[in-house]
Ligand binder design. Structure first.
Ligand code: C2E
Ligand code: CA
Ligand code: CA
Length: 727
């Protein structure tokens, strides 16, 4: 230790007062005794001349051999990075180093040392070597790593967390932007997860989420690309991917895999998944825009019936804007007296006698005309305006029904959002009291959505309503989760079989008929009435009567009619309606009538798309185009596809695509890949989105290149019209 006692601090700054010789020897001892760390000393060549016991222990009982270099003690590490390099550099440069973290691997386990050292010089200023300390920082290091892991990962599933996904997406998009590469992202939302969580408990819910995470990782193939955003929402990052054929397939596989049954702690559960997809740069170059658009696509997938995927498109953005505007207007709709109740008669299946009516709300918008409740009720539900609107409907319905000469039953739709509101039974009681309608005439129609809410309060609401003496009907049965278990647990007086179910039942080979028979059988056994909804044709009428349904509601008897008209009819007790309508259900034909662009040579034509399949289309609007002519079709939003004319008659062209279109997840088709706006601009092409009629595609310098090869039928028609007008 003589070396130590002789050497003044290299920096020359005094570190204390008194006699340093005495302090340093003692200090060394105390420092080791307190296990704060160990002391090491090297000679001018970097070879270790002293190593305290503690360091020997930290380093896994190393034996000090002659001529052993300090660096060699730390050269046993599996850890990435070159920390020993930094140590070597400091030793050769004779620079002081402070708490240099050094990993060392002993028996497969990595431990961390923190090394500090300072060069020592003798009285003449000659370099003598290094003196320093070493401590074990493995525990601190592990704790820090765990914290970092927690900061990046979702503790439940081990997937990336939202924060990490956000920064990763941001970085990927920034670097891909420069390289002009695409990047896709998917948002995944589980269907019916809340129900599992509520009925089977949060423990099972958590275990289920872990299994979902593992399935997702298996399909995506890279754990570091999958994130749990929170709750039952997940996100997947797919750098470099833009092919919507591949993306659609992947989304379908995700939906199929996540919809397979799960076994969790002995319970079997089935959930579903919906997926929204957006691809940069087409659907947004910035992260926030891309994610918002994927979210809009997810919203559309969920509202389109769940268990499906949806690509983002401009239409979704417009629809979202439309919803926003409608929501604004809806705020004042009640005060402005724009809401109106219509009543649709409910008829006894065998007697054709009207037994009651369902109140169906109508919105007479000052500029947009009548808006369907299927459009504005969901908007009201999302913005919680539904409670105010629902209260108005209940009050007005009871008021109207109280005035009917015949005491017919009144059915009122109750949104799940209204139903879970703790004050709902009171609102019902007040409506009855204020209007004098007797409770047994009021029937509240509730959908299965209410069972997705918390159990205890649902039960309370049910018994409070039963206490009031009102009737309860389960609406839209057959569309939601359709669990017969609800029927046993909730005190329903009636089941309404959904119209999609009734409609499907008369199609050959449909199992709906058998299911309807089972529902009616069960309901009858439980003493409940049944209403078949949406009966339009005589074959449907015969079918539901044959199955023993007790009531029917549908256009075959009557649509919903204004209160005035209803009151007049309801004047007569014994009001009966003769069914009228078609004998059989007619198949609807989908005809398409959409403008698209067709580019040939340097000309851009507008044509009508009349039908579309994955391999080709029928377009209309160009005269006498030779077979074999090639066009580039512009479906909008950068969707360009090369097509060849296969048939040509007058203004109708049958064309075949060079690349097949792929499913857009919503029953439509889209091109696999898109042309970015940058590329269009770089090629000197205009933005085609606002085009009407044929026009020249001109280069950036504005030079027109040629004359159009084909006459546009649409143009010609317009020209002859204007000629007629001037003649
Ligand atoms: P819903 O409760 O299933 O109501 C039945 C819907 O089917 C009504 O559409 C009715 O006009 C229609 N309908 C009845 N018979 C036939 C038929 O034979 N063929 C066809 N194609 N349709 C038929 P509407 O009035 O457009 O209402 C749509 C949905 O909006 C309702 O479905 C209900 O979910 C909601 N809604 C309507 N009024 C209210 C309301 O006052 N409150 C709440 N919360 N929701 C309402
Ligand atoms: Ca209803
Ligand atoms: Ca219904």
């Amino acid at each position: 230790m003589s070396r130590f006692s002789r050497s003044p601090p290299a920096s020359g700054t005094p570190v204390g007062v008194g006699a340093p010789e005495k302090v340093s020897a003692k200090f060394c001892q105390v420092f080791e005794n307190l296990a704060l760390g160990g002391v090491w000393v090297t000679d001018a060549a970097g070879q270790v001349t002293y190593l305290s016991n503690l360091i020997q222990k930290i380093l896994g009982d190393v034996q000090l051999g002659p001529g052993m270099h300090l660096c060699s003690l730390f050269e046993r590490s599996d850890h990435e990075g070159d920390a020993v390099g930094s140590l070597r550099l400091a030793l050769t440069r004779r620079t002081r180093f402070d708490r240099l973290p050094l990993p060392i691997t002993i028996d497969g386990e990595t431990r961390w040392c923190s090394l500090s050292g300072e060069a020592q010089f003798d009285a003449t200023g000659e370099f003598e070597g290094f003196f320093g300390f070493c401590s074990d920082i493995t525990d601190d290091r592990r704790a820090a790593e765990e914290t970092a892991q927690l900061a990046m990962h979702d503790p439940l599933t081990g997937l990336l967390n939202r924060r990490r996904m956000t920064s990763m997406l941001e970085r990927t998009l920034a670097s891909f932007r420069q390289q002009n590469r695409p990047c896709a992202t998917m948002l995944i939302d589980l269907d019916r997860f809340k129900q599992v969580n509520d009925t089977l408990g949060h423990g099972i819910g958590d275990a289920l989420l872990k299994q979902v995470a593992e399935r997702l990782v298996t399909i995506v193939g890279d754990r570091e690309k999958v994130c749990r955003l929170g709750g039952d929402e997940f996100q997947v990052l797919l750098p470099g991917q833009e092919d919507r054929g591949v993306l659609g397939d992947l989304a379908n596989r995700i939906i199929a895999m996540l919809s397979q049954p799960y076994t969790v702690e002995g319970s079997r559960c089935i959930i579903g998944a919906s997926v929204g997809i957006a691809v940069s740069p087409f659907d947004g170059a910035e992260r926030s825009e891309l994610v918002r658009n994927a979210d809009l696509a997810l919203y559309s997938a969920k509202h389109g019936g769940r268990g499906r995927f949806c690509f983002f498109s401009r239409e979704l953005l417009e629809a979202a804007e439309e919803r926003r505007l409608l929501e604004q207007d809806l705020h004042d709709a009640i005060e402005r007296g724009e809401l109106e109740l219509f009543y649709q008669p409910v008829v006894g299946a065998q007697s054709n006698k009207v037994s009651g009516a369902e109140a169906l709300v109508r919105w007479n918008h000052p500029t947009r005309g009548r808006i369907s409740p299927s459009t504005f009720i969901p908007i009201a539900e999302e913005s919680s305006l539904i409670c105010r609107i629902g209260e108005w409907i209940l009050r007005k319905g009871c008021e109207d029904a109280a005035k009917w000469k015949t005491p017919l039953r009144l059915a009122v739709n109750v949104s799940p959002v209204q139903f879970v509101d703790a004050g709902f039974p009171t609102i019902v009681a007040q409506a009855l009291a204020a209007t004098g309608l007797s409770p047994e005439r009021l029937e509240l129609e509730i959908t299965e959505g209410v069972f997705l809410a918390d159990d205890a309060s649902t039960d309370e609401t049910f018994s409070a309503l039963k206490g009031l003496g009102v009737r309860l009907a389960l609406d839209d049965f057959g569309t939601g989760y359709s669990s017969l278990a609800y029927l046993k647990s909730a005190p329903f007086d009636k089941i309404k079989i959904d119209q999609s179910f009734v409609r499907g039942a008369t199609v050959d080979g449909s199992r709906n008929r058998a299911i309807i028979a089972a529902i009616i059988g069960l309901a009858t056994a439980l003493g409940m009435e049944t209403t078949a909804e949406g009966v339009e044709t005589f074959d449907q009428l015969a079918m539901v009567r044959e199955q023993g349904v007790s009531h029917i509601q549908g256009y075959i008897y009557s649509p919903a009619i204004p209160d005035g008209e209803f009151q007049t009819q309801a004047y007569h007790a014994d009001w009966g309606i003769e069914p009228t309508g078609y004998a059989k259900q007619r198949h609807e034909r989908m005809t398409m009538y959409r403008k698209i662009g067709a580019i040939h040579d340097d000309f851009y034509y507008t044509v009508m798309l009349r039908n579309l399949s994955a391999s080709g289309a029928l377009i209309e609007g160009l005269l006498d185009v030779p077979i074999g002519t090639q066009f580039v079709l512009d479906f909008g939003e950068g969707q360009l596809e090369v097509a060849t004319v296969r048939r040509s008659r007058g203004s109708q062209l049958g064309i075949a695509f060079e690349n097949h279109l792929v499913s857009d997840g919503n029953g439509g088709l889209c091109t696999r890949c898109r042309v970015t706006p940058y590329l269009l601009a770089a090629a000197g092409l205009p933005d085609f989105s606002s085009s009407t009629g044929p026009r020249a595609v001109v280069g950036q310098k504005g030079a027109k290149v040629s004359i159009p090869s084909f006459a546009s039928a649409i143009e010609l028609r317009a020209q002859s019209k204007s000629r007629e007008a001037t003649a």
